[in-house]
Design a protein around this ligand. Structure first.
Ligand code: GLU
Length: 303
């Protein structure tokens, strides 16, 4: 007996959906249909400063216009902070995260000093410098004292410890393609990201933590998303191992690029679905523009 596969489209309500989202949503639907699976929509709204109800309404409106159907109720991350907190507490109890107090300015100054002393500073796959991690060695009492003093901080993963804890090589099943054409069983190298942020003082979670918790809670078997998240998958695989969560398969698809060859963003209104609709474009036009399936072969059958 085969169990039903579960796909999800997981936008953040911080702007109107654009052609890139349409590509992702249509591909999720196509692969779900081909697999006889389910399609969920998840609203990734953990950042209250960027999320707005108006954009969430826009997401439903645009998806309905595209002819996409999804299951209700929709999971909204802002309603599940307790679930993320529980997983964060486990990482805290196991000594796998530490409170990091450096501000952006502190980080920049620290790195500038190191570079002035002739050190080459490593960067993550997105090009950002790795966190210096100076607080890793702070005694527990001092950590507590600083937290209680009200100092702003973020919970960062102690990457070295986390890798020591799992003590095995990580990989994932890639049904799409990575930036270098990676496909099939892909080796995950979370160390490339250094001590990533997993939660903040005011929000007990982050994109990385909530996405792995939600995919597990919702029984997601197939994560279909843009290639910009390919390298982040290494962090997701590590968190799944640390938190005993199941491992989905991944399908990273081509990004829809703007005419200037740059990745589309919600702030660039030109490709917003609402704007295209207002210009008289139809859902069929959108499907032609993003060509779901042309760039993506069907996810293979699985037992
Ligand atoms: N919420 C993310 C976004 O808007 C997508 C996360 C994911 O698919 O894992 O790009």
């Amino acid at each position: 007996m085969t169990s039903q596969r579960v796909f999800r489209f997981a936008p953040s309500p911080n702007g109107r959906l654009h052609l890139g989202h349409a590509c992702s949503a249509l591909l999720n639907r196509k692969l779900a249909e081909e697999a006889g699976g389910r399609l969920l929509v998840r609203i990734e709204d953990i950042d209250p400063t960027r999320s707005a109800a108006e954009f969430e309404r826009g997401i439903y409106e645009d998806l309905a216009w595209l002819g996409i159907e999804w299951e209700e109720p929709v999971r909204r991350q802002s309603g599940h902070l307790d679930a993320y907190r529980t997983h964060l507490d486990r990482l805290i109890a196991e000594g796998l995260v530490y409170p990091a107090f450096m501000s952006r300015g502190d980080i920049r100054a620290h790195i500038a000093d190191a570079q002035a002393a002739g050190r080459k500073w490593p960067t993550d796959p997105d090009g950002a410098p790795l966190y210096p991690g100076v607080e890793r060695l702070l005694p527990v009492g001092e950590r507590k004292r600083r937290i209680e003093s009200g100092a702003p901080f973020a919970w960062r993963l102690d990457m070295a410890r986390a890798l020591e804890r799992i003590a095995k090589a990580l990989s994932w099943q890639e049904d799409g393609r990575g930036p270098m054409g990676e496909t099939g069983i892909v080796r995950a190298d979370p160390a490339l990201w250094g001590d990533v942020i997993l939660a903040r003082r005011e929000t007990p979670t982050s994109y990385h933590l909530s996405v792995v918790v939600d995919d597990a809670v919702q029984g997601v078997t197939d994560v279909v998303r843009g290639r910009d998240l390919f390298h982040a998958t290494a962090i997701h695989r590590l968190l799944q191992e640390l938190l005993d969560l199941p491992e989905p398969c991944y399908f990273h698809h081509d990004l829809v690029l703007g005419e200037d060859g740059r990745k589309l963003s919600k702030s660039r209104g030109d490709t917003a679905l609402a704007a295209l609709r207002a210009e008289g474009r139809t859902p069929a036009d959108i499907r032609r523009m993003v060509g779901p399936g042309e760039q993506a072969t069907a996810a293979p059958d699985r037992p």
